[in-house]
Design a protein around this ligand. Structure first.
Ligand SMILES: Nc1ncnc2c1ncn2[C@@H]1O[C@H](COP(=O)(O)OP(=O)(O)O)[C@@H](O)[C@H]1O
Ligand SMILES: [Mg+2]
Length: 289
């Protein structure tokens, strides 16, 4: 019988996340694994060597974005899923865009804002003028860190872009070509171990963002081989064991990767498709442990 830890954040107390933990724990039981819940505070060690005295589980299912803890566990020989690096790349949309570009995986044309600092901000507009020449309007602006569509914006003109960038102050962000053919629609493709397990259509008639948490709806969809291939390529480019990949509908319906989630919110996929991702994730990590 394989033993694992389910590592969760110490501070986030949202039902939304607890639902996922419960599903993962239930699936572990169903798949014959012992899964022990550990918060990031449970695993707090002032001296790294303290990790050596812990009895190592066969696998660590890391359901958080605390890449410092994930990395330290890896350095101590724990098998962590997803890996610390894959979680880091997914958490930061700039790193995601770079990884996908490097692997030749199709994404919207993207311009990364140059780095600035707290107290300094984006006090020079030249880069925005360059970006608008490359991307035009409407333009999508995304904070490097964000989820549920909350830190993703559509700007229609220079005035809106400047006002938004003022509000972002010094936060890192990217600017992106708006894929108009995908307005309010995309496909959430869930991949585990290099295979597509379940997909759903997400759509919103009142917003360019399809996120369910932001008021989007979900629907059944049979994805095309091209959509499946691209989602798998995106996971391979980042080194993910499992992920929820957002795939946009390009002009003429060719797929374009929007973003990749290392800790996908699989409850909605379950409600839409009846497929419980947590079972597939548990099977995958047990067979690799
Ligand atoms: N370049 C784009 N063109 C068209 N729609 C986009 C683009 N980028 C994002 N979207 C829409 O916004 C939603 C949220 O963006 P996403 O990058 O997935 O951020 P989040 O992490 O907040 O979900 C996407 O699901 C998609 O519907
Ligand atoms: Mg998304």
């Amino acid at each position: 019988m394989k033993k694992g830890w389910l590592v969760i954040n110490s501070f986030v107390k949202h039902d939304k996340f607890y639902e996922l933990y419960r599903m993962l724990l239930a699936s572990a039981e169903k798949k014959g694994a012992v899964l022990e819940l550990k918060t990031t505070t449970d695993l707090l060690f002032e001296v790294d060597n303290a990790f050596d005295s812990l009895e190592k589980p066969d696998f660590v299912l890391f359901w958080d974005k605390d890449i410092y803890l994930a990395g330290r566990l890896e350095h101590k020989g724990f098998k962590v899923y997803n890996s610390a690096r894959a979680i880091e790349v997914c958490d930061n949309k700039i790193l995601t865009a770079m990884a996908l570009e490097q692997a030749g995986v199709r994404t919207p044309k993207t311009v990364v804002a140059p780095k600035t600092y707290e107290g300094t901000g984006y006090n020079n507009r030249l880069f925005l003028e360059k970006a608008e020449q490359i991307l035009g309007y409407p333009m999508v602006v995304k904070e490097a860190y964000g989820s549920f569509g909350a830190q993703v914006y559509l700007v229609q003109n220079r005035q809106e872009l400047y006002a938004l960038v003022d509000r972002l102050h010094h936060k890192p962000f990217l600017m992106q070509e708006f894929i108009a053919s995908s307005y309010g629609r995309d496909v959430r493709v869930n991949v585990v171990g290099g295979r597509v397990i379940a997909s759903m259509l997400r759509y919103n008639e009142n917003d360019f963002r399809s996120n369910i948490t932001n008021g989007g709806s979900m629907g059944q969809i049979e994805i095309t081989p091209a959509q499946a291939r691209l989602a798998i390529d995106a996971c391979n480019a980042i080194g993910l064991d499992f992920a929820g990949v957002d795939v946009l509908f390009g002009p003429d319906d060719e797929p374009i990767i929007c973003e990749v989630n290392s800790n996908p919110h699989f409850k909605t996929t379950y409600e839409c498709t009846g497929v419980d991702l947590s079972e597939h994730i548990l099977e995958h990590v047990q067979s690799h442990a």
